[in-house]
Design a protein around this ligand. Structure first.
Ligand SMILES: Cc1cc2nc3c(=O)[nH]c(=O)nc-3n(C[C@H](O)[C@H](O)[C@H](O)COP(=O)(O)OP(=O)(O)OC[C@H]3O[C@@H](n4cnc5c(N)ncnc54)[C@H](O)[C@@H]3O)c2cc1C
Length: 408
């Protein structure tokens, strides 16, 4: 009689949950267990930084009954602590061991700590999970000066909400502009000016935090140029570190994340990895990287889950993310790089815009504010490597949809 196989997924979020359902959809008939350190059923993280309201019950990734319907066991509030490859066991911090025929690490990332004095003072917050979001929500209610260290998407989304609630907000950014690494100078400047400076956010660039002062709660932030900022709340959003400890301790090859092949296999054939924690060659850019977007983590999890069920799938989808700020939605497809040519197209209403990045005559990335349909039309242009001219992209009279169908 054949034994029932058991796949254990560590991390129940975008990648882990997608992998579990994909495994089932791909014909895996064995046991599937998702282990997550959090106590809530798997929920969506993106809403956590968008409004800081309605945080009582986080928005579930799938309804509760779906896990039961698909025979997926959820083990919540439990952390996996050791991967014992010899015995094919996952040790849990509740004292149990789970036998696993295969393990998927979908452990995501954790906010990077700055390693400066005062980081543990009260009201110095990070933002990764529902508890962080609730703490931030309380601080928004309390009011006072909010200092945000790091002008990434999460920090800027929080800045937008705080401004709309009337708080004084200062963003401290080490680079010459927030979001410059993702959007490049041209578009980052537009976002900074049109969205944040015009809304009254004070942005201090080229500076970093040296110390948080006060006690027991933060009262002041000292910057590297000697500037002192009075602060009722500090939000630190300075990037993330991959949760790859389990892999490292199991001797799996890691390098700024868990290194995998195209199918999600690590250097240990028992262990797979997916989502933000995985470092893989993106079929899109051709380069090894970790991508930290919800949609990408779900698609990657879906592909790796199918592979664990015995299929051979590679996620070739163009990377996509969105960010909501001041009631506007910024969306981006693809990846822009230094040296790509930025082309802008204004929209008839004048509120939104579309941005395109050209490498030679290929569109490699596109972004837009409140232009979902138009932007979606650029996806096939990117994926099918359709040759385009800058003048066409810049001209609002040229249909992007039609451009995808006609060769120039
Ligand atoms: C506030 C916020 C807003 C965001 N907004 C957007 C957005 O607007 N658009 C966008 O594209 N992306 C957004 N993102 C990014 C997106 O949420 C991530 O890309 C996505 O969550 C990655 O999913 P993941 O499954 O790889 O990892 P994660 O979501 O990080 O989940 C990893 C899970 O693993 C668990 N875990 C880790 N170690 C262990 C262990 N040893 N044992 C058990 N469990 C463990 C953790 O508890 C966690 O639940 C946002 C992220 C945050 C935090």
């Amino acid at each position: 009689m054949s034994r029932t196989l058991h796949h254990v997924i560590i991390g129940g979020s975008a990648a882990g949950v997608a992998a579990a359902f994909s495994m089932r959809a791909s014909g895996f008939e064995g046991r599937i267990t998702i282990v997550d350190a959090g106590t809530d059923e798997p929920y969506e993280r993106p809403p956590l930084s968008k409004t800081f309201e309605d945080l009582g019950t986080p928005r579930p990734i799938v309804p509760s009954e779906s896990y039961v319907d698909h025979g997926i066991d959820l083990v919540l509030g439990v952390r996996a602590t050791v991967l014992d490859e010899q015995r094919h066991r996952v040790r849990l911090d509740n004292g149990e061991d789970l036998f696993a025929d295969a393990v998927l690490l979908a452990t995501g990332v954790s906010p990077r700590r700055l390693g400066i004095a005062g980081e543990d003072l009260g009201n110095v917050l990070g933002l990764r999970d529902i508890h962080d979001a609730r703490a931030m929500s309380d601080r928004l209610d309390a009011g006072g000066h909010l200092v945000i260290i790091g002008g990434g998407f999460i920090g800027l989304e929080a800045a937008a909400v705080a401004r709309r609630r009337g708080l004084d907000v200062t963003v401290v950014e080490a680079m010459p502009m927030p979001l410059i690494g993702v959007l490049g100078t041209g578009l980052a400047a537009i976002i900074m000016q049109r969205m944040h400076t015009s809304e009254g956010v004070r942005i201090l660039t080229g500076r970093t935090a040296m110390e948080f002062r006060g006690g027991p709660e933060v009262e002041e932030v000292l910057l590297d140029d000697g500037t002192r900022l009075e602060a009722a709340t500090v939000l630190v959003g300075c990037g993330v570190a991959p949760n790859d400890r389990l892999a490292r301790e199991a001797g799996v090859h890691t390098d700024a994340g868990i290194v995998t092949d195209d199918h999600g296999r690590t250097s240990n054939r028992w262990i797979w990895a997916a989502g933000d924690v995985a470092n893989y060659v993106s079929p899109y850019t051709g380069r090894r990287q970790r991508i930290e977007h919800w949609d990408v983590a779900q698609r990657h999890g879906t592909a790796v889950g199918a592979n664990m069920a015995g299929l051979q799938v590679i996620n070739t989808e163009t990377p996509y993310f969105w960010s909501d700020q001041y009631g506007k939605r910024l969306q981006m497809y693809g990846r822009a790089e230094a040296g790509d040519r930025l082309v802008m197209r204004s929209t008839p209403s004048g509120d939104g815009f579309l941005a395109f990045w050209l490498r030679g005559d290929r569109l490699v990335a596109s972004a837009g504010i409140d232009q979902p349909k138009e932007l979606r039309a650029t996806k096939p242009l990117i994926e099918n490597r359709v040759p385009v001219r800058a003048a066409q992209l810049a001209d609002p009279a040229v249909s992007l949809r039609r451009l995808g169908r006609t060769r120039v």
